[in-house]
Ligand binder design. Structure first.
Ligand SMILES: [Zn+2]
Length: 176
């Protein structure tokens, strides 16, 4: 890995709009504070998230997700958000897994090429995705892991790869 002095560019790859907030918002905000350029790539539209009770007439879950992501990125101080727009695959075993454009079913090389082009545009020093289990086994999160590593192979200048993970004891305590 090439070592650089001064600010770096860090690209975070997340599965759904809201994962940036629940999983890496603290690290992102700190990196922004420390003067680094922080870019978020969100793979899916988050369509299968829980519909909020105050959804307005004509407003879709995806509309809400976009607005929430804009607010989240402002709060964190992100420099750029890239929305890949794949369909949310739902949890394991859901029929949406095989739906049109479901992220879990897209060709890894195709999705990775799109992420690699962001890494190249940004001349990224670091890319952050998920561990092999996607933190908790959600099919879209596991797909992020695959796409992360393939995109790194395809990038013109190989960035350092980090995998966000979750604290097993804390997760057990929450579900216990
Ligand atoms: Zn997610």
């Amino acid at each position: 890995m090439r070592c650089r002095l001064g600010p770096s560019t860090i690209v975070f790859l997340h599965a759904h709009p809201d994962d940036e907030a629940s999983q890496t918002s603290g690290s992102m905000a700190r990196a922004v504070d420390d003067g680094h350029r922080v870019v978020l790539v969100t793979a899916t539209d988050g369509d299968h998230g829980m519909p909020p009770e105050d959804l307005a007439e004509g407003e879709t879950v995806v509309d809400r997700r976009r607005r929430e992501l804009e607010a989240s990125s402002r709060a964190i101080g992100l420099h750029r958000v890239v929305w890949l727009g794949y369909a949310d695959s739902g949890m394991s075993g859901w029929e949406q897994n095989s739906g049109e454009g479901a992220f879990v079913g897209v060709d890894v090389d195709e999705a990775a090429a799109r992420v690699a082009s962001v890494l190249d545009e940004e001349d990224a020093d670091v890319v952050v995705g998920y561990d092999w289990h996607g933190g908790y086994g959600h099919p879209d999160h596991v797909q992020v892991h695959r796409v992360l590593h393939r995109a790194t192979d395809l990038a013109a200048r190989r960035p350092r790869v980090l995998e966000a993970t979750m604290n097993r004891d804390a997760m057990r305590a929450m579900s216990g």
